[in-house]
Design a binder for this molecule. Structure first.
Ligand SMILES: Cc1cc2nc3c(=O)[nH]c(=O)nc-3n(C[C@H](O)[C@H](O)[C@H](O)COP(=O)(O)O)c2cc1C
Length: 221
């Protein structure tokens, strides 16, 4: 049995297939989950809501607790890291991780950034030892065959070519995930949201087809 973890990060709480002005990333992540479920009903699909219920951002207590060795943590430190621990446990359990990430000001929504900051955890998803020969950091989720799928949506168009240099969405997830050892990456994107014309409809249709193809590819693998 595989576990698919779907993380939704749009501030818009309904998919664009069920609400006007709804979220395209939610629409596509839902399609991904339903396509997967129809082909592998025995698998576990977990849903992590981040857009409407963001993890609390890293603060001084979090840093103090996370960088205190686990066996020395006091009760308040354990309490402060409880949410992060839960998110890390989910990530460790997942074989396929789907992050549905709108573009906000050329990068990730703060909600998803808070998620990333909570799962890139010393001692849990990456190791650090300054006395180590060579590289003091190493990935703890390496070699587990985890797949990362990023589902993006943008108001403008051309972020894979003419505006590529301004797109920090996919890399904002892929770089930190590579750092913790998740290096197998796939991308799906919707563009033209702000034009709301036939180009948006064509982009959605393409993203839906790509999603079904990707699910088939991942299941076959
Ligand atoms: C706060 C905010 C910032 C945005 N910034 C950008 C941007 O930098 N570039 C862009 O092309 N679209 C931008 N957009 C448009 C969104 O990327 C677009 O509406 C996308 O479809 C949102 O994802 P969703 O449909 O899943 O909610 C922005 C939208 C919002 C609400």
């Amino acid at each position: 049995m595989d576990t698919v973890l779907v993380i939704d990060g749009s501030a818009r709480t309904y998919g664009s297939d069920i609400a006007s002005f709804g979220s395209h990333t939610r629409r596509i992540s839902h399609l991904f989950a339903e396509t997967w479920r129809s082909q592998r009903p025995e698998d576990l699909i977990l849903h992590r809501e981040v857009g409407a219920v963001p993890p609390s951002p890293v603060d001084a207590d979090w840093v103090h607790a996370a960088f205190t060795p686990a066996e020395e943590r006091t009760f308040w430190m354990q309490q402060r890291l409880a949410e992060s621990d839960k998110l890390v446990d989910e990530l460790i359990a997942a074989d396929v991780i789907v992050v549905a990430a709108p573009m906000y000001n050329f990068g990730l929504p703060a909600q998803i950034k808070a998620y990333v900051d909570n799962v890139v955890r010393v001692g849990r998803t990456f190791g650090f030892d300054r006395s180590r020969d060579g590289e003091p950091y190493w990935p703890l989720l390496e070699g587990q065959n985890k797949k990362l799928v990023t589902i993006a949506s943008r108001g403008d168009f051309g972020y894979d070519d003419r505006l590529k240099h301004m797109n920090n969405v996919e890399t904002g997830i892929e770089i930190p995930f590579s750092y913790i050892g998740i290096t197998d990456h796939y991308r799906i994107a919707v563009e033209y949201d702000e034009f709301a014309d036939e180009r948006l409809q064509a982009s959605i249709k393409r993203a839906e087809e790509n999603t079904k193809d990707l699910v088939a590819t991942l299941i076959a693998a």
